[in-house]
Design a protein around this ligand. Structure first.
Ligand code: FES
Length: 107
């Protein structure tokens, strides 16, 4: 099982095991990681699952699609080069150790 490491706004790191194919959002919500609201349940319509992917994983995770791009512009927290909607990142074995930061302001 690939691991995802979430860094909260206060610097706390939480590592969880994700099932291959599950989204990073699901890995967070199913393991009690706070700060990822995921109001729309992963349907690309809320942007409350915004995360900042750590720089060294940005290339492996890939770029957001067009709809995701538009939603990220509506996210409460600032956009950064590693901004992604965590519901749109599917975990793979290659992403083992993926580290994402949770913005402080998810509505
Ligand atoms: Fe709503 Fe990701 S959970 S856009």
């Amino acid at each position: 099982m690939p691991k995802v490491v979430f860094t909260s706004a206060d610097g706390t790191q939480t590592g969880v095991d994700a099932r291959t194919g599950d989204s990073v959002m699901l890995a967070a919500t199913q393991n009690g990681v706070g700060g990822i609201v995921a109001e729309c349940g992963g349907n690309r319509s809320c942007a409350t699952c915004h995360v900042w992917v750590r720089e060294d994983f940005v290339a492996a995770v890939g770029a957001p699609g067009d709809i995701e791009e538009d939603l990220l512009d509506l996210a409460v927290s600032e956009r950064r080069p590693g901004s992604r909607l965590s519901c749109q990142i599917a975990m793979t074995d290659e992403l083992d150790g993926l580290t994402v930061e949770i913005p402080p302001d998810q509505p």
